[in-house]
Design a protein around this ligand. Structure first.
Ligand SMILES: [Ca+2]
Length: 121
């Protein structure tokens, strides 16, 4: 959208350690083990702090096919794209830690446009 040049979508494989962390965080959300994160599971997770805001941002960014659920493969794919966009595994771990601790979803700059969530400018 708009005239801004869009970054190509690059994916980079995650290290086994990071993959494990991604799996762990996914399981924190996916309480019923359905292999999808439902919106209300995300809202519940962030209920202490910014609840709906973080959950909405999270879904805007990661629910790429907009079906209202974050499938496991969407979740994993997202982190591969973050890494492929030049973010270090340390940065990714920090964001995963934040999510784990129920801190607000920050997201990342300079991802391909379709993975930027809603436009914040
Ligand atoms: Ca989805």
């Amino acid at each position: 959208m708009g005239g801004k040049k869009s970054k190509p979508v690059n994916r980079e494989e995650l290290s086994p350690e990071l993959q494990q962390m991604v799996d762990d965080v996914f399981k924190i959300f996916d309480k019923d083990g359905s292999k999808t994160i439902e919106k209300d599971e995300a809202v519940k997770h962030w209920s202490k702090n910014f609840g709906k805001i973080s959950a909405n941002e999270f879904f805007n960014t990661v629910d790429y096919n907009h079906d209202g659920q974050i499938q496991y493969h969407e979740f994993v794919d997202f982190w591969k794209i973050v890494k492929g966009s030049g973010h270090s595994e340390e940065e990714i771990q920090e964001e995963l830690e934040r999510i784990k601790n129920g801190e607000s979803w920050i997201g990342f700059d300079d991802l391909p446009a379709q993975y930027m969530g809603k436009d914040k400018r």
